[in-house]
Design a protein around this ligand. Structure first.
Ligand code: FAD
Length: 394
């Protein structure tokens, strides 16, 4: 039985593991964190990714976990209401099948699907990779050494697998000019199945109450010309940076900053894309954000990860030669990925305008949504047709 190491147990990793197990591979899943990282803002599953979760048999479960948000209210710098909308006024009726799910719920669902069928190692990470003609020799931080037939990096935007095989992140990293902090905090706001988005030029904040949770998801987004690389290795520096950025802001921002300081699940990152000329080398390939992070501004990261995992799993299940399988995976997915990455470009985050003029334009557009016909579907992001998997799933 061929052995595959998958690095990263978030979305892409467990989804790929699911398909590899069905295709007859022995899979090891290694995750750097000591346990599943279930934090983060709710994520979307849409377009072709709905087909992928249908094929995994989890679409009904995800529909149960769907967050039926009733209202989204946009606020100005003082907390005054700009406009309050039902979500379908923003996303358009054609996308009523979209699923919006707490990131942790999706990760747990995917992990539960594979946990009994794969070897899982939390709290460990790949230290070195030696890609030989007949296998990849891997040493782990724990000191363990193993040989695998294939290694797949599903370890996110700052992928260690990518660094080991393709070198420094810099040439692949396209910074979009924003930083993002997400965390949960007590729902002391009386919010119920609704979201609030606060904006001032260059800074945005959100509170999102989903399902019947006593917690709300908070986020703080800020425009920055340069990525604050110095803050990345130090969580305290991240918290200080966010607090400095939002110092003096009104509405509930002081309360959010205080909660961010205390949050155990703070997720802080640059808003960036990964664009690479190729996603594999020898016996190593990348999937999900590691290969092609589109940034949260597209709302497509999770969907692309689910689709990429399916297509890579399918390629390895149907094409015995790994190099040919990796090429087939990339051929099928690349155009789809690039179309989705093109949904945003530098400094053009429609939801979080960096200037007063852009903010006014956004507000005008939002107000018009209440009087206009439902929004047309977003630009193409669901055009990929998935091939049938060669073996039955259950
Ligand atoms: C904690 C967290 C919170 C997030 N919050 C949001 C959010 O609020 N909004 C949003 O749009 N996107 C968020 N994301 C990103 C989002 O999950 C991805 O864009 C998307 O779902 C694609 O998933 P992925 O599996 O490719 O990558 P990711 O979800 O980034 O997962 C990568 C996984 O690899 C693990 N990992 C990293 N390095 C190593 C290593 N060296 N060895 C082993 N494992 C490693 C990570 O711990 C993580 O579990 C978050 C990601 C994380 C990890």
């Amino acid at each position: 039985m061929k052995r595959v190491l998958v690095s990263g147990a978030s979305i892409a990793g467990p989804a790929l593991a699911f398909w590899l197990v069905r295709a007859g591979f022995a899979v090891t899943l290694v995750e750097k964190a000591a346990e599943l990282r279930v934090g983060g803002y709710p994520i979307d599953v849409r377009g072709t990714a709905l087909d992928a979760v249908e094929r995994m048999g989890i679409r009904p479960r995800l529909r149960d976990l769907h967050i039926s948000t009733q209202r989204l209210t946009f606020l100005d710098a003082d907390g005054g209401e700009v406009v309050s909308l039902a979500p379908n006024e923003i996303i358009g009726g054609a996308e009523a099948d979209d699923l919006e799910i707490r990131r942790g719920d999706l990760i747990r669902t995917l992990y539960d699907l594979v946990r009994d069928d794969v070897e899982v190692r939390f709290g460990d990470t790949v230290e070195t990779l030696d890609d030989q003609a007949d296998g990849v020799d891997v040493t782990f931080r724990s000191g363990r050494r193993e040989r695998y037939d294939l290694v797949i990096g599903a370890d996110g935007l700052h992928s260690r697998t990518r660094e080991l095989v393709f070198g420094d992140e810099k040439p692949f990293h396209h910074y979009l000019g924003y930083c993002f902090a997400g965390f949960t905090m007590p729902n002391d706001f009386g919010l119920f199945r609704e979201g609030l988005t606060w904006s001032t030029p260059g800074r945005g904040a959100g509170l999102y109450a989903v399902l019947d949770s006593e917690q709300v998801h908070g986020f703080l987004v800020s425009a920055r010309p340069e990525p604050p690389l110095e803050a990345f290795r130090d969580p305290e520096a991240q918290r200080d940076l966010i607090a400095r950025t939002f110092a003096g802001d009104g509405w509930e921002i002081p309360r959010m900053v205080a909660a961010m300081r205390e949050a155990g699940d703070l997720f802080f990152d640059v808003v960036s894309q990964i664009r690479m000329p190729g996603w594999s080398s020898g016996r190593v390939a990348l999937v999900g954000d590691a290969a092609h992070a589109p940034s949260f501004l597209t709302g497509q990261g999770t969907s692309l990860a689910l689709v990429g995992a399916y297509v890579l799993g399918h390629a390895l299940a149907t094409i015995p030669d790994h190099a040919a399988a990796f090429a087939a995976y990339e051929n099928r997915v690349r155009g789809f990925v690039e179309a989705n990455q093109a949904l945003v470009s530098e400094g053009q985050a429609t939801l979080f305008p960096a200037t007063a003029e852009a903010l006014e334009r956004r507000n005008t557009a939002l107000r018009q949504l209440t009087t206009a016909a439902p929004a047309p579907p977003r630009p193409e992001h669901s055009a990929l047709t998935l091939p049938d998997f060669p073996v039955p799933v259950r």
